[in-house]
Design a protein around this ligand. Sequence first.
Ligand SMILES: Cc1ncc(COP(=O)(O)O)c(C=O)c1O
Length: 358
Amino acid sequence: MSIRIPIAKPELGAEEIAAVTRVLESGMLISGRLVEEFERGLAERCGRRHAIAVANGTAALELALRALDISSGEVLVPAMSWPSPAHVAAWVGATPRLVDIDRDTWNGEAAGLAAARTAATTAVIAIDQFGVPADQPAIAAALPGLPIIEDSACAIGSTLGGRACGSFGDISCLSFHPRKVLTTGEGGACLTDDDQLAERLRVYRNHGQRAVGDFVEPGPNERITEMQAAIGLVQLDRLDGMIARRREIAGAYRQVLPGLGIAFQQHPDGATVNEQTFGAVVPAGVERDAFVAAMQEQGIGAGILSYALTRIGSLVQLGQSAPVAEEIVDRGFALPVHTAMSDEDVADVIAALERALA
Ligand SMILES: Cc1ncc(COP(=O)(O)O)c(C=O)c1O
């Protein structure tokens, strides 16, 4: 059966096409005015002094660890996630220490992260999972002296206590992958208030160059293009509208799911959420894969939720466990949320849910 309502669909239209066309016609494809403008827009949106746009969210995390001189010891990482935060920790030479998540918000919580800290701990990557803000102030307070990387890959436009996600970490990281609320195809950014860290990040993303030909240390090329920045600037202008529609859709799900016995990711007090992913868990006794298949047979692109990092092939040898993350991953699913969905589509998803559970 073909999928009529996909789980995600980027909102890209005439404005993005015109913006990219202008770049192509200009012949200035990299390192131009639009990347700088996009960075200023991101910094302003997230309330930071600096934004450094890079090739993708994974590159942002890797550069953040390198800029903070993390290359050994243990890096605390919440155990339910796309693998990037744990992979980059391992890749720079540290050991990921996978910390179980809160059963309600699905984020790493301050007490759990603090309890996992040892003399070997060198940093924490605190994820705002699916755009739901982690309690970043509490995490910072519980882990004094530890560098904090806020992984806001999913969280642009979310806030906690009136502060933007992306404003909390020593360095915060964004992703602009097509599943995210704001997309540039591939793309990401590091955000910081620290001038020296910002300078290091700019040097690292550009072959280790401080200025043209001034190579100060070996470095990769993790720049984004002017075409991506052009798309990002259009998307940034539309961000609030896109989030508003997502919140209407997620709000409709929230109204009906309790009546169907379906629990879903909870928002902490004081949060506004961009609804990047609508995550829920099947009721006790319902087999998740069969349920997802029943949704897909009705043309609804429901999918599995995420990964238990304790169990993926690249990290299973660490021999760590995280029972809450593992349970939520086994029972979790995501429902379609994107701005191309009409009210009828939302009603169709809900009707399909009722039939899949019947
Ligand atoms: C929490 C988290 N961190 C990092 C990333 C990596 O972002 P990218 O796909 O842009 O490399 C993702 C991507 O899904 C993510 O969900």
